[in-house]
Design a protein. Structure first.
Length: 269
């Protein structure tokens, strides 16, 4: 056990003010860090040996009995520890009902060349996803489906947005994640011999009729506009999800889950 942590009660404390600022992208990028809120998210960051720089806690918000051990684990890994009063923690928390744990982690940048892919990679490519909650859910889906990496093309949403971290339940730390331009991603996929399967309502072939085995990248478009003309023209095969009702499209996170797990079914058959 280290020395007792500094206790912060003032809402005007510089650390409290900085944590509030980190909800916005520009201060995050300027500082090169982002917020990780919640027991499960912080635990997963520590499991993946993410070097948390700071951890803040408030015992009055704790939901269980395992929080002190997690705080000590973060401290042992090099994080500076600070205790906040209930009101101070409510000020910095992103969630409506916080669980009393908030950490600061360094941002990272991974390139396509950094990916260590198997002989038959299974990839997810998403283009211009707008909503942080959708992007976080998509990351969870990719993790559950066993994708080797997620590539975010031409991002509208910052991958370090607190809602992405929250919706991903910390999977952000476990799925290899690359942010890159669509043209470079397409050239890289061709170089690696990976087929790009693009989802679009205009396709003739349904996703269940397509061969989703072998080196594969499932490509999903934005919530409002779907895939760009670039991907529709340059994919190896467009596929569609049949729609029997009046709705002409699915939520992008749901469409991603459906398509990924059809690929999982075929690849494990």
């Amino acid at each position: 056990m280290g020395p007792p942590p500094e206790r912060i009660s003032s809402l005007q404390n510089p650390r409290v003010k900085q944590l509030v600022k980190l909800r916005d992208r520009r201060p995050r990028d300027e500082a090169g860090v982002f917020l990780v809120e919640g027991y499960r998210e912080i635990r997963r960051a520590l499991e993946k040996r993410v070097a948390l720089t700071e951890i803040y806690f408030s015992t009055e918000w704790f939901l269980g009995e395992n929080e002190p051990a997690l705080i000590e684990q973060a401290r042992a890994a090099g994080a500076a520890v600070f205790e906040l009063t209930k009101d101070a923690f409510a000020k910095v928390a992103y969630r409506e009902r916080p669980d009393g744990l908030l950490a600061v982690a360094p941002q990272w940048k991974r390139a396509l060349t950094d990916l260590d892919l198997p002989a038959e990679p299974f990839l997810l490519v998403v283009e211009a996803i707008e909503k942080p909650g959708n992007l976080g859910t998509i990351l969870r889906s990719a993790d559950a489906a066993g994708c080797d990496a997620v590539i975010v093309c031409d991002p509208v949403t910052d991958i370090f947005n607190p809602n992405v971290v929250r919706a991903s339940t910390g999977v952000l730390f476990s799925v290899p994640l690359v942010v890159e331009e669509s043209t470079r991603v397409r050239a890289w996929l061709k170089e690696k011999g990976v087929r790009a399967i693009a989802t679009t309502p205009a396709a003739e072939k349904t996703y269940t009729d397509a061969d989703l085995r072998g080196p594969l990248a499932v490509v999903m478009g934005s919530e409002q506009y779907g895939l760009s003309e670039f991907w529709l023209k340059n994919c190896d095969l467009p596929v569609r999800i049949p729609m029997a009702g009046q709705a002409d499209s699915l939520n992008v996170a749901m469409a991603t889950i459906i398509t990924l797990f059809e690929a999982v079914r075929q690849r494990h058959a």
